[in-house]
Design a binder for this molecule. Structure first.
Ligand code: FES
Length: 75
């Protein structure tokens, strides 16, 4: 993840979930899977494009995906 994103950056456009909320679910609520993040924040529960690059079926690709955030913070 070369580019830096502000915590207010909206990762899940459908549910308006910010990077900060997702990081909080990982660090404070021990989310280790995209499913757990979805349970805690609602991110990824609509079109699912924000789950990963492979899930992004939209014409305009997203810049950041839940699986990338997990890789960075969980490994
Ligand atoms: S962008 Fe996250 S569910 Fe649609």
């Amino acid at each position: 993840m070369a580019k830096r994103f502000h915590h207010s950056y909206v990762v899940c456009k459908c549910k308006h979930v910010s990077l900060g909320e997702i990081i909080h679910s990982i660090k404070e609520n021990d989310a280790k899977t995209t499913g757990k993040i979805a349970d805690l924040t609602d991110a990824g529960t609509s079109c699912k494009c924000c789950l990963s690059k492979n899930d992004d079926i939209g014409e305009e690709k997203l810049e950041l995906y839940l699986d990338q955030i997990l890789t960075k913070f969980v490994g």
